[in-house]
Design a protein around this ligand. Structure first.
Ligand code: AP5
Length: 208
């Protein structure tokens, strides 16, 4: 399976990806996770990306495309992959198309998790994650267990201000990516409102 997990910030892409990866043994390519790892490692890429991320802006296309193209060439992607958070602009989609065409690979599915903007800010500002396991929680919707609660952290871009910037970028720069995939007939839209279990059931039905 070669698919893209698509949707606004806070739609539940990371939450659903973690569940899907247990079921479908494919490589998970989250550009957000890769960029956060680069920031943590203080690499050249991380230093270039950090400011954009903190403000909720998109990291320049060339930096992200290089990262993804390099990652897609790794052996664990041969049996399939789930792109999460990429492509996010039309130039990124074009770079992906060139890379896949060169490799003779076609995409099977673009799964769009749809959540209205009115729910996004609450999801984002309440998100916490476990730095030891990477597990994603929410203070209200999915509280961390007592033995984890003391160590959860909040992402630096999970402020209300950065969230609104991210949402604006999503509508202005990311949704224009969809028509090309729609023309190819590979887009499925999933209602991302409901419990994580309900959403997972819809996602699995769509993949099947
Ligand atoms: P990235 O990490 O990709 O962030 P994002 O797309 O904004 O998505 P999020 O991680 O915020 O949300 P999610 O959809 O994974 O939701 P989650 O499952 O955590 O990117 C971060 C930044 O990196 C970007 O702003 C940009 O700067 C840069 N970047 C990354 N890729 C880039 C690219 N291609 N080009 C340029 N720049 C790039 O869920 C959110 C919360 O809701 C959690 O607390 C969760 O517990 C809760 N939740 C989940 N599902 C439900 C549910 N069904 N009901 C109730 N609560 C739920």
């Amino acid at each position: 399976m070669r698919m893209i997990l698509f949707g606004p910030p806070g739609a539940g892409k990371g939450t659903q990806a973690a569940r899907l990866l247990e079921r479908y043994k494919v490589a998970h390519l989250s550009t957000g996770d890769m960029l956060r790892a680069a920031v943590k490692a203080k690499s050249e890429l991380g230093q270039a990306a950090e400011g954009y991320m903190k403000r909720g802006e998109l990291v320049p296309d060339q930096l992200v495309c290089d990262l993804v193209v390099e990652r897609l060439a790794q052996p664990d992607c041969t049996n399939g992959f789930m792109l999460d958070g990429f492509p996010r602009t039309v130039p990124q989609a074009e770079a992906l198309a060139v890379t896949l065409e060169k490799a003779g690979i076609t995409l099977d599915l673009v799964l769009v998790l749809e959540v209205p903007d009115t729910l996004i800010v609450e999801r984002i500002t309440g998100r916490r994650s476990d730095p030891e396991t990477g597990a994603i929680y929410h203070l209200k919707f999915n509280p961390p267990p007592a033995d984890v609660a003391g160590r959860v952290v909040q992402r630096s871009d999970d402020t209300e201000e950065a969230c609104r910037t991210r949402l604006a970028k999503y509508h202005a720069e990311t949704t224009p990516v969809l028509p090309v995939f729609e023309a190819a007939g590979i887009v499925k839209r999933i209602d991302g409102v409901g419990t994580p279990d309900e959403v997972t059931a819809r996602v699995i039905a769509a993949i099947s």
